[in-house]
Design a binder for this molecule. Structure first.
Ligand code: TYM
Length: 335
């Protein structure tokens, strides 16, 4: 029997951080044994805000190298670059024409990002979730493993698929498969090191707010030492008055591969002076093998090139027939 399929991606804007790793990639690595995985670099999404053309391609390659360094195996999973497949933009256009504007105006990420752009908000930024729906639905995945912040985008994806099916299909013969979101509780929302109520994010202007997967040990130690805490002694999960405490314990739990109960017991009498060096060492050790593998991969351009060329072909073999099916259903002239 065919394995269930998953699809997911990461935007090619800057370096990846612990939130991307713990909220997304680490789960993909686990899922690739039981699932048919399609994982891509979302470079079309990266240009929805002003970007530097000199670094876009390099960021894409870096993310591909990071996927593999984290444990994604190109022999098992399909890794590809979004902009290499025109199917994504083409399906997004068709979706644009059936998506009510009001659905996009409600998107939280759009509102947050639009504020940062001032007068410079592009149509692309508003259209971002429609492109994301095309990314997903082209591959007809069973589920989409992401962090908590993508939940609303996945709901929109399901709504767009249902609308297309309703307008152009029939109840017994839907055109597109409607995927399920897959949001794991642990790691789904890694928070900023400078404010435990804000998510860790690539777009935060302060590098101190996040740990990048490529930060060297000295930088990691320094960032954890400076991380915001509180004056209380004894560490605990789930106290709404202590969001930083909850977040840092959660990081320790995930990076040391322990259960929440074990970490709660280990740290209940600790002060920050004892806990922070422990978290720093655990983080450095967890990232060490990933960083070593990344360094080897990033200098092997021929290999990365080959992985992405093969990925493109495998992805297109799935995406093309889906696009053709949608075009036929919508009624386009077929040669
Ligand atoms: P992006 O690049 O912002 O994030 C990539 C993945 O990392 C997760 N993530 C987090 N998880 C936990 N804590 C955090 N602080 C944190 N920050 C980020 C995200 O939830 C995501 O899973 N729109 C997507 C990219 C995309 C996509 C897609 C994803 C484009 N098309 C199709 C899935 C399917 C994005 O900007 O992710």
């Amino acid at each position: 029997m065919a394995k269930p399929r998953i699809l997911s991606g990461i935007q090619t804007t800057g370096d990846m951080h612990l939130g991307n790793y713990l909220g997304a990639i680490r789960n993909w690595v686990e899922l690739q044994h039981s699932h048919d995985c399609f994982l891509f670099m979302a470079d079309l999404h990266a240009i929805t805000v002003p970007h530097d053309p000199k670094t876009l391609a390099e960021n894409t390659i870096k993310i591909a190298a990071t996927y593999i360094a984290c444990g994604i195996d190109p022999a098992q999973s399909t890794i590809f670059v979004q902009s290499q497949l025109p199917e994504h933009s083409e399906l997004a256009w068709i979706f644009n024409c059936i998506t009510p504007l009001g659905w996009l105006e409600r998107m939280i990420q759009f509102k947050e990002k639009a504020v940062k752009q001032g007068d410079n908000v592009s149509v692309g930024l508003m259209d971002y979730p429609v492109l994301q729906a095309a990314d997903i639905l082209l591959y007809e995945p069973d589920s989409v493993p992401v962090g908590e912040d993508q939940k609303q985008h996945l709901e929109l994806t399901r709504d767009i698929a249902a609308r297309l099916n309703f307008q152009f299909g029939s109840e017994d013969k839907p055109i597109l498969k409607i995927p399920e979101p897959m949001i794991r509780k642990a790691g789904a929302r890694i928070m900023s090191l400078t404010d435990g109520t804000k998510k860790m994010s690539k777009s935060d202007p302060s590098a101190q707010s996040r740990i990048d997967l490529t930060d060297d040990p000295q930088v990691i130690i320094k960032k954890i030492k400076r991380a915001k805490t509180d004056p209380e002694r004894g560490l605990e999960f789930d106290n709404p008055q202590r969001p930083e405490c909850h977040n840092l314990l959660g990081l320790y739990q995930l990076l040391s591969n322990q259960t929440k109960a074990a970490v709660a017991a280990e740290c209940k009498d600790m002060g920050w002076g004892q806990f922070k060096p422990l978290l720093a060492e655990t983080t450095v050790e967890a990232l060490r093998p990933i960083q070593a593998k990344y360094q080897a991969l990033i200098s092997d351009r021929t290999y990365l090139q080959q992985v992405l060329a093969e990925g493109k072909e495998k992805a297109q073999a799935v995406a093309r027939p889906t696009l053709d099916k949608v075009k036929a259903a919508v009624g386009f002239y077929v040669l």
